[in-house]
Design a protein around this ligand. Structure first.
Ligand SMILES: [Zn+2]
Ligand SMILES: [Zn+2]
Length: 742
């Protein structure tokens, strides 16, 4: 009898023992009984019977069954998962579960693809070909018109069956469908051949790319000369400098070696337009992974990647867990984007995990952005990352000029200054598009009673409801609670209420009234709900169907608007006074990214920043010296104030309807750390969102100069907090390298 330690997705910092008559592979999924429930666990290690207490030994239960033919997690992945568990102080079983596609978290999920789909000519048309070897003649005899692409595919298939994957390298789906409609082809399934995509290596090696400028060429050569080893590269390129072209040319060199490539992009940046750019360049099936896909679709990409059936995977954060046996490079585009950090469950940063993967596999990691984070820039300065820069906009486009509009002393129309309106009109008159940024959804951020002066508030969060006029609802943006708009005040019952402030819904309506001869479109998560809506809207904008774009930060995520020459940024001043020390960095990134949407083609652009704080040092630095200087100033301040990345932080959060319980847990944590000289403690303090869904939220900040020291403390601390929290019955979490205090 063998005894195995199994990692099970429960919030406990340990593995559990099970027996098996068979010898099990480490890293395999098994079905086990745990607390009278059937669960999927991962075989983590073998244990000697002498190491288990005799009393417990007798009670061990057998593994119900093994779920995979070959282990899901190889040795490298097991080491990575172990690292994740220790680094982020998260139970191993839950870490393993996070790394699995949802479909494999259940016992019936299948990790193998048995077969691949192939296409061949029907026997009738195959015999026709054997007679004349001329697709044109065959089409004509069958009464079909000339269709050169379909005939070309017909001739290819006449030589022998081809997999769908191979067909899609050279032919469109429409061509394929054309042959199918003519009943000329038939499909069948056969076992897959791993690495079939690699036979096109010569094609990629000889691919002709668009001509790169000197800067781009230097980066491509620099990275390509170091493909055989670990290396982290920070590519700092101004918006519009052609980072994607650098990615494409570098990827070609990796594919040509027969190695797979993984590209991570921000959640909202993954549109069909992004994917088709890669498909078109490489003529290859691209595996796409994002949260909008069905579990089955995600599993399919996971299976294909694992079976080496695809060479290129593009995905959002969780795509970092895709198994790619011949991985040759990882790219993280827009590395500054916050969506790369998971905010619940295992609070990992995809960039940190990518660094570990690249290290273990001895491959390069490329981080690209126009606005590098303080962390990444610090790593570049200290030599951990190699630093490349792109300073010129591709195609000779001129960077958008930043202009301040002082709104402190002047009346505004729909939140816009007269000077702003006048400038917008000029750009519209010139036939260009205008983009207006306002990071607030809904019609108005508050509804105020004119009788008692109080805002209508969500009772679960103590925060004002946002008024959504089209839905006729008050919606809490913290917990998504909705109530119908009632005519009377929830505090005093009077029926005299007015909205205060302006959101994108109201702004779009007012802009329509101010510029009636132009079409406007609202781009926020309310308006862009549903499959393909954002993608279709982007196409319509590029076809000039809309002249005025009003939107939230969705607009800041790397989309290309060739005809936008004027960008207006409204209402960002609150970030200048935020208690979060990262707020200024994020604001500088936001302004730079949005401003980068303007003047990307041949027309010069300008950005108008409306602010009541025109003299603020950050605004002045950004205006006069640009992001690159601004972030370096921020780094100096962080160093002077002993803040990350010069120190290391972790947050312990407690959430409960009973405020006292939150405080008890955090005080308990503090007591455990009392004697530690090298640890700085701050708190307990309320989170920036102090109450959400009827739970109070409090936190304790731990900070140390040495990362190793902080992790040593956390390793001691978390099991005891877990035990005390279980006793108190309170929800808690630890967030290592937290990126905010919300
Ligand atoms: Zn009232
Ligand atoms: Zn709420």
């Amino acid at each position: 009898m063998n005894i195995y330690a199994v990692a099970i997705p429960v919030p406990l910092y340990k593995t559990f023992h099970y027996t098996s008559d068979e010898v099990l592979d480490l890293g395999a999924r098994v079905e086990v009984n745990f607390a009278n429930r059937r669960m999927v666990g991962i075989v983590w290690g073998q244990t000697d019977a002498h190491d288990v207490e005799p009393g417990i030994l007798k009670k061990l239960k057998p593994v119900v069954r093994v779920l995979d033919q070959s282990p899901i997690f190889d040795e490298t992945w097991r080491a990575l998962l172990q690292w994740l568990s220790e680094y982020y102080q998260h139970p191993l079983g839950e870490v393993c579960q996070t790394a699995l596609p949802v479909a494999l978290r259940k016992p019936n999920g299948n990790s193998q693809i048995a077969a691949q789909k192939y296409l061949k000519l029907t026997s009738f048309f195959q015999s026709q070909w054997d007679e004349c070897e001329d697709a044109g003649v065959i089409f004509k005899n069958a009464g079909h018109r000339v269709a050169s692409q379909q005939q070309a595919l017909f001739s290819e298939l006449a030589k022998g069956p081809k997999s769908f994957v191979d067909i899609r390298q050279g032919f469109t789906k429409a061509t394929l469908d054309g042959l199918a409609q003519k009943s000329m082809v038939t499909s069948f399934e056969a076992p897959i051949v791993a690495g079939s995509w690699q036979q096109h290596a010569d094609y990629w090696a000889n691919l002709t790319h668009a001509r790169a400028n000197v800067e781009q060429a230097l980066v491509v050569t620099g990275i390509t000369s170091q493909l055989e080893q670990y290396g982290a590269f920070l590519l700092e390129g101004v918006t519009g400098s052609g980072k994607t072209e650098v990615y494409l040319q570098t990827i070609a060199n990796v594919l040509a070696k027969g190695q797979q490539v993984l590209i991570l992009v921000p959640e909202i940046g993954l549109t069909p337009q992004t994917v088709s750019r890669f498909e078109q360049r490489f003529g290859i099936e691209v595996g796409v992974i994002h949260s909008g896909l069905s579990d089955a679709a995600r599993l399919s990409v996971w299976q294909k990647a694992r079976a080496e059936q695809i060479g290129l995977v593009i995905g959002t954060r969780s795509a970092i867990f895709t198994p790619l046996p011949t991985l040759g490079m990882i790219i993280i585009d827009e590395e500054h984007d916050e969506s790369f950090k998971q905010q619940d469950g295992l609070k990992y940063h995809a960039r940190a995990l990518a660094t570990m993967i690249a290290h273990k596999r001895n491959i390069p990691l490329l981080l690209g952005t126009a606005t590098p984070t303080a962390e990444s820039l610090h790593n570049a300065n200290s030599g951990k990352y190699q630093h490349f820069t792109l300073t010129q906009r591709a195609g000779g486009a001129v960077p958008a000029a930043l202009r301040l509009v002082d709104t402190s002393q002047i009346p505004l129309t729909a939140g816009l200054a007269d000077e702003t309106l006048k400038t917008m009109q000029e750009h519209l008159n010139a036939g260009s598009q205008v983009l207006v940024f306002l990071n607030r959804r809904g019609y108005a951020p508050a509804v105020i009673c004119q009788q008692c002066g109080q805002a209508q508030e969500c009772r679960a969060c103590d925060k004002p409801y946002t008024y959504h006029r089209a839905k006729r609802k008050l919606i809490c943006h913290h917990c998504t609670d909705q109530v119908s708009l009632v005519p009377s005040c929830m505090h005093c019952g009077h029926a005299n209420m007015e909205t205060e402030g302006i959101g994108t819904e109201q702004l779009t309506a007012q802009i329509d009234a101010l510029f009636p001869q132009y079409n406007s479109i609202r781009i926020d998560s309310d308006a862009m709900r549903g499959k393909d809506v954002l993608s279709n809207t982007l196409d319509a904008i590029n076809a000039n169907d809309y002249q005025i774009l009003v939107g939230t930060q969705i607009l800041a995520k790397g989309h290309h608007f060739a005809n936008v020459t004027c960008v207006v940024i409204m209402d960002v001043d609150t970030a200048l006074f935020s208690p979060d020390f990262r707020a200024t960095e994020k604001l500088a990134q936001l302004i730079t990214q949005i401003s980068g949407r303007a003047g990307r083609a041949t027309k010069p652009g300008e950005t108008l920043l409306q602010t009541a704080q025109p003299g603020h040092p950050l605004i002045q630095d950004l205006l006069n010296n640009g992001y690159g200087h601004c972030i370096r100033t921020i780094l100096h301040e962080r160093q002077a104030n002993q803040l990350p990345p010069y120190t290391h932080q972790a947050l312990i959060r407690a959430e409960d309807p009973d405020l006292n319980k939150c405080l008890r847990l955090l005080h308990f944590a503090m007591e455990q750390c009392e004697q530690l000289q090298s640890l700085m403690l701050l708190g307990p303090l309320p989170c920036l969102i102090e109450k959400r869904q009827s739970r109070y939220r409090y936190q304790l900040l731990l900070q140390a100069e040495q990362r190793g020291y902080l992790h040593g403390v956390l390793k001691q601390l978390t099991p005891s907090i877990q035990a005390f929290a279980q006793e108190l019955r309170i929800r808690w979490s630890v967030d290592v390298d937290n990126i905010d205090f919300s």
